[in-house]
Design a protein around this ligand. Structure first.
Ligand SMILES: Cc1ncc(COP(=O)(O)O)c(C=O)c1O
Length: 388
């Protein structure tokens, strides 16, 4: 039985509320409705009955968030929720502009960066516009653009599962309207250097928009992997996207933003479908100021990532060099086997990303969740070794 994304998200919310309880299978009274749905999801996954909630390691969420400051602001905002948030939007835009070192007309906020990806897909894909992206990559922009009639060109990632910018440049034609560069890339977790993106942008025609999605950049630790947001002041059509769903741990709050030349930012703003909500605007401002939380999250995720890659190395599983809060690795057999094995241990892992039919994307959860994953991986590795 397939789980709907909604059920999974509900299950995840329960986990985030109480990861330890979820791990040990101890039921919690908190949030009866959510717990019920979570139990249902757990039962569907494991057949283990009511109370068994899955460990959700498939959506690249950050289980440590929202930050303490953002939580406090969200609760305190309830009385203000009867008001339209125009002033709150302006305040966040001003803060983001200050943080990014640009004027406010360079910033466009959205209900998640996903909304901005959709707007960009619509703007560049309509009337048969050609859009180039890596294969595989995050598909929110390309999927949306397809509905608008876009022609999509996917350029396979290279041997290290990284963007092949040379091949992407060679794919540019006079019909090309936009190029999507997800850096670090989802689902491979790999990242390319800021310098390589800079020379790529310099080489593309003026009319082409380069969209650099930096959703996971805060988890990168390679010294040459950095933001290229300053490129928006260089005259070219460059859009840099960020989200509050990853390092800020607010995937359910829905807030993201783009940095672009003022005319490009205005085009994106005009193509949005919704307007941001007051909780997201206030929580984002609070979270930006909670530096201790952001640093702690980064430290914990990177430490767990190292634990996972060390274990993958020890067990002989190949993986792509991760710069994200997830790891993409070769399970050595069709993914469905590993998927089934982990479901039986009450863990949900990432789906198949073609053409990598043996590979799994695993989100880095809390430390106990990572421990459970590693135990599962060892058991799977042992089984694999015994069968060989
Ligand atoms: C690369 C990338 N960009 C953007 C998003 C969308 O994030 P949100 O809409 O939550 O801001 C995601 C979500 O997983 C992602 O993986």
């Amino acid at each position: 039985m397939d789980l709907s994304r909604r059920e999974l998200l509900t299950a995840s919310a329960v986990l985030l509320a109480s990861p330890k309880a979820a791990l040990s299978g101890v039921g919690q009274a908190a949030g009866a409705k959510a717990a019920g749905a979570g139990a249902q999801a757990g039962a569907a996954v494991t057949g283990a009955g009511a109370g068994a909630k899955p460990i959700v390691l498939c959506w690249n969420e950050n289980p440590y968030g929202p930050s303490p400051a953002a939580r406090a602001v969200i609760s305190g905002t309830i009385p203000g929720a009867c008001r339209y948030p125009d002033e709150e939007i302006n305040q966040l835009v001003e803060l983001l502009a200050h943080t990014e070192g640009v004027s406010a007309d360079h910033i466009v906020v959205g209900s998640g960066s996903g909304e901005l990806l959709c707007a960009l897909g619509l703007l560049h894909g309509r009337n048969g516009g050609e859009i180039i992206a890596a294969g595989p990559t995050y598909e929110e922009l390309t999927n949306y653009a397809k509905h608008a009639g876009a022609q999509l060109k996917f350029v396979p990632v290279d041997k290290q599962l990284n963007h092949d910018l040379t091949a992407m440049r060679a794919a540019v034609s006079d019909r090309t309207r936009a190029i999507y560069v997800c850096n670090p890339n989802n689902p491979t977790g790999t990242a390319i250097s800021a310098a390589s993106i800079r020379s790529f942008v310099a080489s593309v025609p003026e009319s082409v928009t380069t969209i650099v999605d930096e959703a996971y950049l805060d988890f990168a630790d390679s010294s040459d992997v950095r933001t290229v947001s300053d490129l928006v002041s260089g005259g070219k059509r460059v859009v840099v996207l960020r989200t509050f769903s990853k390092i800020h741990g607010m995937a359910g709050v829905r807030c993201g933003y783009g940095i672009a030349r003022p005319d490009v930012a205005a085009e994106i703003a005009a193509a949005r479908m919704s307007s941001p909500n007051i909780f997201a605007m206030r929580a984002a401002r609070a979270s930006l100021g909670d530096k201790a939380f952001l640093a702690d999250t980064r430290r914990r995720i990177i430490a767990s990532r190292t634990r996972i890659t060390d274990e993958l190395t020890r067990l002989g599983f190949a993986y792509a060099k991760p710069q994200t809060n997830f790891v993409f690795f070769d399970t050595g057999a069709p993914l469905e086997r590993f998927d089934r094995f982990m479901k039986a241990r009450n863990m949900l892992v990432g789906r198949l990303f073609a053409p990598y039919s043996n590979w799994c994307r695993i989100t880095i959860g809390t430390e106990p969740e990572v421990e459970a994953f590693i135990q599962g991986l060892r058991a799977y590795g042992g089984k694999r070794a015994a069968a060989a």
